[in-house]
Design a protein around this ligand. Structure first.
Ligand SMILES: CC(C)(COP(=O)(O)OP(=O)(O)OC[C@H]1O[C@@H](n2cnc3c(N)ncnc32)[C@H](O)[C@@H]1OP(=O)(O)O)[C@@H](O)C(=O)NCCC(=O)NCCS
Length: 166
């Protein structure tokens, strides 16, 4: 996995415009929007990595906070081949190993994004939140699901369940 730098902006814009992103706020990204989005892939507390050359990108934000947030995108032609879980495992380890103050890594996805939800679970993330009608898309509202992994669970390879009864 190679660190994204601002010199990669054109390649990132090509990735963003080259596929449909049905579970993101902007399913189709045009060239102008893509150029605007590239600024969010580097900077303070932000690290992004290329997946499989330039087949996808995984991004961590808020790495200086107790909770960082992760987001990943794989080009349409390369989905369903296990790249997502490998990238998420790498990014999770990178975050905890490199940022000692980090307690948790969190991600949010749409209820109907079964692929991303499977990836979170496969990588030791636990469902922590279910936000009804929180995700607007094409004239409707979807439920949003939050997953997170704790530092201690990452270190021990276990999963601490949410205490829903309390
Ligand atoms: C979600 C995403 C990151 C998952 O990564 P991936 O490399 O495709 O993950 P996997 O190969 O492990 O596939 C995960 C599951 O989804 C299924 N899947 C993924 N893409 C699929 C596709 N295009 N067609 C059919 N099934 C697919 C896989 O079969 C697998 O199912 P399983 O858990 O029953 O084995 C990737 O599909 C993607 O980039 N999607 C678009 C962007 C997106 O939704 N990002 C998440 C935003 S929060």
């Amino acid at each position: 996995m190679r660190l994204y730098t601002p010199a990669d902006a054109d390649a990132l814009a090509a990735l963003l415009t080259g596929s449909s992103w049905p579970f993101h706020g902007r399913p189709g990204v045009d060239a102008e929007a893509a150029r605007g989005m590239t600024g969010g892939f580097h900077g303070d507390g932000v690290r992004a990595f290329w997946i499989g050359g330039a087949l996808g990108v995984i991004r961590l934000v808020d790495l200086g906070d107790p909770t960082a947030v992760v987001d990943l995108r794989i080009a349409a032609a390369h989905r369903g081949r296990g790249l997502g879980p490998a990238a998420l495992r790498f990014a999770t380890s990178y975050a905890f190993a490199g940022f000692p103050g980090l307690r948790r890594v969190e991600g949010v996805t749409r209820l109907d994004n079964t692929a991303m939800r499977a990836v979170f679970t496969r990588c030791g993330y636990v469902k922590e939140g279910h936000h009804r009608r929180a995700w607007p898309a094409a004239g409707t509202w979807h439920d949003a699901i939050t997953y997170a992994v704790l530092r201690e669970d990452w270190a021990s390879g276990t999963t601490t369940p949410v205490d829903w009864a309390s």
